[in-house]
Every structure is written in structure tokens, then in C-alpha cells.
Design a protein around this ligand. Structure first.
Ligand code: HEC
Length: 192
């Protein structure tokens, strides 16, 4: 009994000592190399003598691809560019997503946000913006052979860069690559 009480009395001060109010303090360091305990770090906007331009936040290297993005080497500055590159994209870009119920359902959700106002809920080119006269150009029906016979890559090009004539604007900056493919899967499901 006496020994047990002695033990408890010994443990209490140890337990209390091990508590430290400063949560960022790693406690005692036993190794000689203090750098292992106290890492030198720079904040994003602090000056930095290691780099030639003395900035800590460095630009990404040329050619770096942002997470979730795909390079899109199909420029469309002029109409000739677009004619060539839309066809090229149709040949080279392959839809990475299967047209299963999951991607189609998500595609429908996105279509309802970005396309339905012009192309209509069945994709017939009769959306409210057109039928109400607010948008003057007739949107293309997405369920006719002109579209169903085109490869997915061409639709991907149109969503990204807009239509060749420019009557439909580009959506590349609003819709992430994977979402464009989902919309395409939904459009395909409308004509199946
Ligand atoms: C502001 C109205 C508008 C919106 C929004 C819109 N479109 Fe269009 N779209 C058009 C018009 C107008 C055309 C016909 C343009 C032309 O013939 O040049 C067209 C044409 C197309 C074509 C055929 C292009 C071709 O090769 O002739 C496709 C495919 C298409 N749209 C898909 C979409 C998809 C997918 C969305 C949503 C991400 C969308 N559009 C959003 C107006 C719109």
C-alpha cells in the first residue's frame, strides 16, 4: 500500500510537468542538431535570399499543368484556326469517361446550368433564350445527325472554344475538362 501511494505521488508531478501551455513548443531536444527540431521556413510573401529574384513564392515552371487540367494545344484565334483545330481535336481527343448513368446524371446537371438556356432541355436548339427572342442566333440542335455523327472530341472543342462562327461563345474558362466530357455523355444520351 505504501509503495503504491509513493508511486502515485511520483507520477503526479511527472504528469503535470509534461503538460506545456505552448502547443508549438516541441519540448526538450536531445539531439545536437537543433535544425531537426526548429525548421527554418519562409512565408509565401517573405523575401528570400536563396532565389535570384528574392521572392519565396516562385512562378510555376514553364509548361507546368495545373492539377485537374489538361493542356489544350488547339488554338482558335481565327476562323481558319478553328476549322482546322476542331477537326484535329475530333481525331485526337478521346473521351476518357464511360457514358454510364453516373457521368450522364452529372452531365445533365451541368448541361442544365450551362447549355439548357440556349439548346433546350431535350437539346433541340429551342431553349428559352432563343424562343423568347433574347438571343438572336438559332442554337444548333444537338440531337440531329450533324452533331450525332461528329466525334466527341469535336464537341469538346466547341464547348472549350465556342462555335466556328463565334455565334456560340467559349465555355473553357467556366467548365473544367472532366465536366465537359460529362456534358458530352449527357448530350449523347439525349439522341440514344
Ligand atoms: C448563349 C447561347 C448558347 C449557349 C449558352 C450554348 N450554346 Fe451551343 N450553340 C449556340 C448557337 C447559337 C450555336 C450555333 C452556332 C453556329 O452555328 O456557329 C451553337 C452550336 C453548338 C454546337 C454545334 C457547333 C458546330 O460544330 O456547329 C454544339 C456542339 C453546342 N453548341 C454545344 C453546346 C454546349 C454543350 C453548351 C453548354 C456547355 C452550349 N452549346 C451552350 C448557342 C449557345
Amino acid at each position: 500500500m505504501k509503495f503504491l501511494r509513493f508511486l502515485t505521488l511520483m507520477i503526479i508531478p511527472f504528469a503535470l510537468l509534461s503538460c506545456n501551455k505552448d502547443k508549438n513548443n516541441p519540448g526538450y531536444d536531445y539531439m545536437g542538431v537543433r535544425d531537426m527540431y526548429y525548421t527554418k521556413y519562409y512565408k509565401a510573401y517573405s523575401p528570400n535570399l536563396i532565389f535570384r529574384d528574392s521572392l519565396t513564392n516562385q512562378m510555376p515552371v514553364t509548361g507546368a499543368v495545373a492539377r485537374g487540367h489538361m493542356p489544350f494545344p488547339y488554338p482558335g484565334a481565327t476562323i481558319t484556326d478553328r476549322v482546322i483545330n476542331q477537326t484535329l481535336a475530333g481525331v485526337q481527343l478521346v473521351n476518357p469517361l464511360a457514358g454510364d448513368t453516373g457521368t450522364i446524371a452529372e452531365g445533365k446537371r451541368l448541361y442544365t446550368i450551362f447549355c439548357v438556356d440556349c439548346h433546350g432541355d431535350q437539346g433541340k436548339g429551342d431553349g428559352y433564350l432563343y424562343t423568347s427572342g433574347l438571343f438572336p442566333a438559332k442554337p444548333r440542335s444537338l440531337v440531329e445527325t450533324f452533331i450525332t455523327s461528329k466525334p466527341d472530341g469535336e464537341l469538346y472543342y466547341v464547348i472549350t472554344m465556342g462555335s466556328i462562327s463565334g455565334l456560340m461563345g467559349p465555355h473553357g474558362s467556366q467548365i473544367a475538362p472532366e465536366k465537359r466530357w460529362k456534358i458530352i455523355n449527357y448530350i449523347r444520351s439525349l439522341s440514344n
